[in-house]
Design a protein around this ligand. Structure first.
Ligand SMILES: C[S@@+](CC[C@H](N)C(=O)[O-])C[C@H]1O[C@@H](n2cnc3c(N)ncnc32)[C@H](O)[C@@H]1O
Length: 371
């Protein structure tokens, strides 16, 4: 296995949004080789790994498969793990941690397996092992096959690096980006979220329209790998060509704290000039000046019995505001409940596959342009 003729790269995402991620992967010139539940597969080298981390909006983690072998007991795992070419990938001066999952295998104790692999790396590579290391070797022991991957991302990629303030139940940036894509949003229309919380949808949509790279403000675990090439990395970063969109990205919320948070998050992302946030309820919302675009929101879902009854009025008022004041706009609502979606009275013509969000299954309900 050599770096540039390629290894398998797993782009981890949310089950239910694999096809949207695959489309994004293709749009950036990568050639995906397939999808699995919760992931898109790619064959590539280190440049692809760096570029995927820097540019892909819908990926939670970029994992690099570095090897696999069979092992039926811990002594065999230990022996074979010692033979892995660790120094080809990892640096002896960087702390490492090991995470193991076991399924359907004779080696069933993940902790014992992690301890053997950690010791093998510590003794063969002479790298320190530490629970809070940025560099993580992920090992899957399934049906007696041990598959070794490096987590090239480090912190989850929804952490764009400029969002400090979050409210309750924020939508992850990665998921928001894929829902925007599911709405057919490509960066050439205004976007408005009338229940914006911490501002995830307007900020993500504005970044896309501005041509900003999602990974521009953060660091990645691959910067600590033996294979890292700072000059090649700088060249990839320099490909960002920001532009100023001709329209605004708006958010509003009834909660003044959420509005403040959204403004601060947008400022830190360098998007103050093309975003605007205001405090108002959805029924107070007026159609903004300018061309029509996309309204996207994830209203409160309600998880307890009786919530649906309370929320029906809220969903009805969303529908009423949209129908009365937003002709020409499209509306995308992300919710757990088809009955609540229907309570809006909006003419949805597309329902997305269910996606796990905070332990619940949510789907996108999308209209065409309202009449
Ligand atoms: C599930 S959160 C949205 C999270 C947001 N997408 C994010 O990423 O942070 C729902 C939001 O709706 C707001 N909300 C609830 N009722 C509202 C109303 N009648 N008008 C406007 N906002 C409302 C809440 O304050 C909350 O911030």
């Amino acid at each position: 296995m050599t770096a540039e003729n390629g290894f398998e790269i797993l782009l981890v995402t949310f089950p239910g949004l694999e096809e949207e991620l695959k489309a994004e992967v293709k749009s950036l010139g990568f050639r995906p080789t397939g999808t699995i539940p919760g992931g898109v597969l790619l064959t590539g080298g280190w440049t692809d790994v760096w570029r995927a981390n820097l540019r892909l909006r819908g990926v939670s983690k970029v994992l690099v498969r570095i090897g696999s072998f069979r092992a039926f007991h811990l002594a065999q795992l230990d022996k074979r793990a010692r033979k892995m070419p660790w120094a080809d990938f990892l640096r002896p001066d960087q702390p490492v941690r090991v995470e193991v999952t076991c399924k359907g295998s004779r080696i069933y104790h993940a902790g014992a397996a992690a301890e053997r692999i950690s010791r093998a790396i510590a003794e063969e590579l002479k790298a320190p092992v530490s629970d809070d290391a940025v560099v993580c070797v992920k090992v899957r022991i399934h049906n007696d096959v041990c598959t070794f991957s490096l987590d090239s991302s480090g912190d989850g990629l929804h952490r764009r690096g400029h969002k400090e303030a979050v409210n309750r139940a924020p939508m992850r940036e990665t998921m928001a980006a894929l829902f925007l894509r599911q709405c057919g949003y490509t960066g050439d229309e205004p976007v408005l979220d009338p229940m914006c919380g911490s501002g995830t949808f307007p900020i993500e949509a504005a970044e896309i329209a501005c041509g900003l790279f999602p990974g521009r403000s953060r660091t990645f675990a691959f910067e600590q790998f033996a294979t890292f090439d700072p000059l090649a990395w700088q060249a990839l970063q320099a490909m960002e060509k920001p532009r100023q969109p001709a329209f605004m990205f708006r958010g509003s919320d009834r909660d003044p704290g959420a509005v403040r948070m959204s403004q601060e998050n947008a400022e830190r992302a360098g998007l103050a000039a093309c975003t605007a946030f205001s405090q108002q309820t959805v029924s107070e919302l007026q159609r903004p000046d300018g061309p029509p675009g996309l309204v996207i929101l994830n209203p409160p879902y309600g998880t307890r019995i009786g919530d649906r009854k309370k929320l029906t009025g809220l969903y009805r008022s969303i529908g009423q505001t949209m129908t009365e004041r937003f002709s020409g706009w499209r509306v995308g609502i992300i919710t757990t409940d088809a009955v609540l979606a229907r309570a809006t009275g909006l003419p949805f013509n597309h329902t997305g596959a269910p996606v796990l969000h905070g332990g619940l299954r949510v789907s996108l309900y999308l209209t065409g342009r309202l009449g």
